[in-house]
Design a protein around this ligand. Sequence first.
Ligand code: GLC
Length: 596
Amino acid sequence: MMAALQVTPFDPCCFSNRNSVLPYKSVVSCYRKKRGLGNVNLHYVSRMSHNCWMVFASQGKRLDYMNCKCQQAESAGGVTADIGCMPVHQNLNAPETIIDNVNKVFSKSIEEESWNLLRQSIVYYCGNPVGTIAANDPSSSSILNYDQVFIRDFIPSGIAFLLKGEYDIVRNFILHTLQLQSWEKTMDCHSPGQGLMPASFKVRTIPLEGDDSATEDVLDPDFGESAIGRVAPVDSGLWWIILLRAYGKSSGDLSVQERVDVQTGIRMILKLCLADGFDMFPTLLVTDGSCMIDRRMGIHGHPLEIQALFYSALICAREMLAPEDGSADLIRALNNRLVALSFHIREYYWIDMKKLNEIYRYKTEEYSYDAVNKFNIYPDQIAPWLVEFMPNRGGYLIGNLQPAHMDFRFFSLGNLWSIVSSLATFDQSHAILDLIEAKWPELVADMPFKICYPALEGQEWRIITGSDPKNTPWSYHNGGSWPTLLWQLTVACIKMNRPEIAEKAVKLAERRISEDKWPEYYDTKQARFIGKQAQLFQTWSIAGYLVAKLLLANPNAAKILINEEDSELVNALSCMISANPRRKRGRKGYKQSFIV
Ligand code: GLC
């Protein structure tokens, strides 16, 4: 159990906030006898305690707390009250050390606040912590499904707990979501493939059948069958594998990944991802909205984010899979896919000034094995924004590649996770960070970090998003700025030994994020406004900031998430290229150009 867990006594004034129990389907459940007010599910107590805290806030307590932080800062630095809570608006006459101290105290108080908020978002199942709620804003009138535990949203929460040495919640999360994996899930009368992990789940407390004096907790997953747009969450299982490895590395407890049911869970995810289809590419073929961007945004096909997570999950799974009878085929398939996938992404998704110039001069309609323009890309696709955007130094992996179509948009998570997982080469990884530095005003501006760049506008927006009013230009998934991406940025920067980039981003976030109440995302090209429909007290904004802070303080800990370049893979790749007669007829210097 978590020592610092704060569960306030049940306060009837908050009772009206209690979520009603909705119709459910349950396989995973546990029950307990009612004992007076103790029958209230801890999950709800946690939410209610937060609600109560906000009631206090309206009575001035929250204000006191904020004031208190400022006073602390003042007394530590002896700087006048004009400095307020914003260390960036510094008194320029103050000696540097004083400003440093003020900044440190200020940042420490935000860190403390974020820990409190993170703990208040914990969800309990049968009395045990199993995850964190997506957003915990009691003032919001439209919580939609933000009262659920999202698999992807829990990852930064889980990492924060691991870094703090609080392993139980992560272990419970891993094992309970595993139980959900094998659920029967349908949309109308169709069931998606076995092995799919849910996008989210909710803990419901319901009366126990046949016993009025008892209740039971049930875990109710959503595989996309009630999610907005009914999208299947391809990324959930991939993140689950990545978190499982991080748990083992961080806690030293390998018994979880060695369990038979966990091994079976890994295999089920792999089988689903590695199954043969009609596809010609080694990249994973998915529908629109199968990842963090869980809406129609023109990222169907082979979006970079899914490929980076897929690669990372394959590497992590290979590390954890126990050799057993009958697994040789799976391991072989996995290794082959890793080699082909990394080649494909490094070679065909990469663009920089040099490659752009090649594309600009592409011949089209080539029919041969040695075609240079393999996907028949028409150079006219190079948009004016891209000519402006591409710096002389730097490059990135494009968002998506399909026959006759390159989606040149910069997608942040895919690029950052390609660095973390070593899907990108060493040089490419540095080039991505070079680009981030060069394009700071476009990608970061007032709040890290744009989810993608640039936004879709006009007719393109109408066609691609289906005129989605939430995805208007520079908002939400369409070029909005998401503070949660801070943690992936930090891991990538630490891996490449360039933490100063992440430090700069964290400082920028600290100027507003707490005062703005930890929004889910920001709007406008400069990220100046809190997102129009953004939830406040969004847990992964809080956890993303915390993970960034914790890792910058202890960069070595980032190892639990990083995959170093695998020399066996590089060798296998060069053997594969030289053994393939068709490839040999390809362009000269091919092999050298890949192994950077
Ligand atoms: C939004 C985001 C999704 C996230 C969910 C819960 O739907 O697009 O990525 O998991 O909110 O925060």
